[in-house]
Write a protein that binds this ligand. Sequence first.
Ligand code: ADP
Ligand code: MG
Length: 315
Amino acid sequence: MKRIGLLLLAVLLLPFGCKAEPAHSAAGFACDTVVTITAYAPQKTVDETLKICADYEALFSKTVAGSDVWNLNHANGDPVEVNPETADLLRLAIEIGEGSGGAFDVTIAPLSAMWDFSANDPVIPDPAALNEAAKRVDYRSIIIDGNTVTLENGAEIDLGGIAKGYIADRVADYLREQGVTSACINMGGNVVMIGKKPDGSPWLIGVRDPNGTPEQSEEVLKLGDAAVVTSGTYERFFEIGGVRYHHILDPKTGMPVSNGLASVTIVGTSSVLCDALSTACFVLGEEGSRSLLTRYGVRAIFLYSDGTRTAVPAE
Ligand code: ADP
Ligand code: MG
């Protein structure tokens, strides 16, 4: 009787969309960050996305020996044959480097390597050493010819400001190819949504309150088929003498950007673009970001450490 009841319930629910694949999730760790994927797809399909993340990490990591980035950074200026996707990502990084007047610079590696935000006993790098390292930071030193990349003038690559966005886009591509029409991918703050929830309601994406706990949202965005990326001072940082030293660096000085901003959130359609722009706009500040935001047709939310908020374009 109970069985018949359940069967009846199932039949009754079918016309209301319950035939759709139930939600499955996968969580993992890639590119030094937590990855969570929820998709209305079989568990096997969702699990496959974690493998995709690991494969890309093996290309883009600067610490994994033998990755494209590692090979480039250890080539002593010799040309290196890279995966076509690495070459494409570097081309986009250079484009954003140009568009931001060098505020976004993937040759930040000599500077970012001098900061250890997870050290037990963190230290502020010596300013003279930072100045010296900053001389090697210039995206124009990346020479690309097809899939052959040469780093001139002692340049080194750090894709930390753009790779997670790229990978999130590729995971979304894979899910779409598998016929998935409803999913939400979160790679350490790089969120990509496919469609809306199966019931037609939007995904709810919290923008963290920079002055609150990690669970506190300053606002909740209701979105579908979109990409949202936040760069904030709370991701990786340490504090000494009441000053917060965080991981978004001014390529000219090697010091954490100190312009009153606590986070920049970019809302668009391409996660890789939103990722690069979130870092670029953090460095440029609100006024300096306007033309870049217009050019790429994305929205931005600027949150300041004093609690103020601005949206560009204005809402
Ligand atoms: P998150 O990694 O927390 O998502 P971002 O996207 O803003 O945050 O990327 C910050 C990372 O980008 C840093 O950890 C570093 O690897 C790199 N980076 C820091 N400053 C710059 C910069 N000015 N231009 C390009 N990349 C940067
Ligand atoms: Mg970024």
